[in-house]
Write a protein that binds this ligand. Sequence first.
Ligand code: DOR
Ligand code: ZN
Length: 346
Amino acid sequence: MADTLTLDRPDDWHLHLRDGDRLADTVAASSRVFGRAIVMPNLRPPVATVDAAVAYRERILQVRPSGSRFEPLMTLYLTPGTSPAEIRKAIAHPDVHAVKLYPAGATTNADAGVTDLAACADVFEAMAKGGLPLLIHGESIAPGDDVFDREGIFVRDTLAPLVERFPTLRVVLEHITTQDAVRFVESAPAHVAATITAHHLLYDRNEIFRGGVRPHMYCLPVLKRAQHREALVAAATGGNPKFFLGTDSAPHAQRDKESACGCAGVYTAHAAVEFYAEAFDEVGALDRLEGFASHHGPDFYGLPRNTDRIRLRRVSQPVPATLPLGDTELVPLRGGESVAWVVEQD
Ligand code: DOR
Ligand code: ZN
């Protein structure tokens, strides 16, 4: 088995960078390897207008490490107040690449999201007409729904009817976690795709409870049972262009995770491509990593593939127990342990 692997430079099609004094750390981590990233809009207040997205992009560019060409691709947060006119403005703007749908309250900073999809019909029509993708956090929000079933319920009761009602709307089901989602995306039209995180490829739900409660393994959608992880690995490594890399790297302060009501989110930006390489290597599919990490995403978004390359080497690297996050610290995935690959910088 080769110990080095060269790939066209990958992009991250689902990323949380946050804002303020945290931005310099998150942007430095992701720009180390990724050429571009789809930047999530779940700030407080949400990034709900083109003007807010443009201003946020400027703040990101201001903290980009010198020499970096990292490109933030901005998204709008869909609220009940989003107008078709704002969507048309987004379609015409070169820096806005998608609209994010959070079912209200489904996850971190999702309270400004949507409860009634039927009320958004004119917005979806405008998006379909202009080819602007709808990125979906696919979990049901009915209080009685079991947390492990929410993705499957959403796919069956909300996503399937949505795709049928708006047959030309471009859709990315974000951070999929179940066999149900894999099957839905596989059987949907070509303009319906999905992102998959590294942590959902590497871990199942047992990891949340290994030897005690591990808050740093808690994210939404929550890790699922082994059979679902296996379906995700098969989808990611199967060569199907509908599946591509989206880390959902979601930084939270250590104190906010290690609390009586810990926040959802796993931080992987410090070694994201390295984690994906582990997952692909585990099933002997390293030859499929480049398609998943570097080609399928830009092809779906209608953007050019990156033209430079990165080199990975299979050599164990320690992961720091904590990393800086503005004026505080976070615990990264595998903190205090190691990762089996490293991206070599020239
Ligand atoms: O675990 C998660 N964290 N899931 C999300 O959907 C949001 C994210 C965050 O922003 O922290
Ligand atoms: Zn996310």
